[in-house]
Ligand binder design. Structure first.
Ligand SMILES: Nc1nc2c(ncn2[C@@H]2O[C@H](COP(=O)(O)OP(=O)(O)O)[C@@H](O)[C@H]2O)c(=O)[nH]1
Ligand SMILES: [Mg+2]
Ligand SMILES: [Zn+2]
Length: 284
């Protein structure tokens, strides 16, 4: 049988195959597979054989289209980078850090979603990102913007990523009442204590799946394979100018005749994006 791993719990991989949910163990050979993300992770398409007791064994894992590291999910269709206008306040550098991580994971569909618009509308800088990414403005509290969000979520696997407290679980609950995810500080504290940052689950919604992410604050760029040579590729608007730089491997920082720097000066590249780039370059 072929199916998809939708969660990992009590050392079983739960595989959805046809309309069944089958708890599976790994074939011994697969355990030695040392690829990034482990031999099997949530989101993987797998081949299983069933045992008499209704459990199963994963025999083979199909190759992955992509792999998101935080949360750990394979074959993701889109990521919704979730922020709050306020509480916690939205910072451009954090926004760009998440955008870089999403670009590095080779996800085709990256969406910025700003929650808690009932609290504040002081987010003028966001409008400038609309030429680069789709930006949604929502409120889990009032329901504003949720119809548009539901439409986007109705097919494929959507991961909600973002810092703790921005309202990811609240948004999922508002989108689908039956999910009943834990909301608020207390649950986050418990979750962190149990190392659940690596545990994720595909939650059925419409014809697709949603993934909530337990809170995490520190996102390490180097852990995601980002270095000083590939960071610039994660700023997709630089690409149109980089060919005109004097040096082929220009880092767009200290070099003379840099076309990216010129584009920033001309207002063709958002200065705030460029400044985030320099800060992150210093980090890696
Ligand atoms: N004012 C307001 N508060 C919200 C909204 N969405 C979530 N919250 C609150 O923000 C806090 C964190 O929410 P939670 O869903 O646990 O965030 P998560 O850590 O990203 O999953 C909770 O106290 C929620 O009640 C919203 O749209 N407006
Ligand atoms: Mg949450
Ligand atoms: Zn340059």
């Amino acid at each position: 049988m072929t199916g998809r791993v939708i969660k990992f719990y009590n050392s079983f991989f739960f595989v959805k195959a046809d309309d069944e949910l089958i708890p599976c163990k790994l074939r011994g050979l697969l355990k030695r597979d040392k690829k990034i993300g482990g031999a099997v992770c949530v989101g993987d398409f797998v081949e299983i054989s069933k045992l008499n007791d209704k459990s199963g064994v994963i025999e083979k894992v199909q190759s992955r289209r992509n792999l998101l590291l935080r949360p750990l999910v394979a074959n993701v269709d889109r990521v919704i980078l979730t922020f709050a206008v306020d509480a916690p306040k939205l910072h451009p550098l954090l926004l760009n850090r998440f955008l870089v991580l999403a670009e590095k994971s080779a996800l085709e569909d990256v969406i910025i979603c700003v929650n808690k618009i009932d609290l504040s509308t002081a987010e003028n800088f966001l409008a400038q990102y609309e030429s680069l990414y789709k930006v949604l403005r929502v409120s889990a509290l009032t329901g504003a913007g949720l119809d548009e969000l539901r439409k986007i979520l109705s097919a494929g696997v959507t991961v909600f990523a973002g810092a703790s407290g921005v309202g990811k679980s609240s948004l999922l609950n508002a989108v689908d009442k039956s999910l009943r995810l834990k909301v608020g500080k207390v649950s986050e504290k418990i979750l962190r204590g149990k190392h659940t940052t690596r545990i994720s689950e595909l939650l059925a919604f419409g014809d697709g799946f949603l993934v909530d992410t337990p809170g995490f604050s520190a996102v390490d760029l180097s852990e995601a394979g980002i270095d000083k040579n590939n960071l610039r590729l994660c700023f997709k608007e630089f690409g149109a100018f980089a060919n005109a730089c004097k040096f082929m491997n220009c880092s767009h920082s200290h070099e003379p005749d840099c076309a990216v720097k010129a584009a920033v000066a001309d207002g063709k590249i958002l200065r705030e994006r460029y400044e985030s780039y320099l800060t992150l370059l210093g980090e890696v």
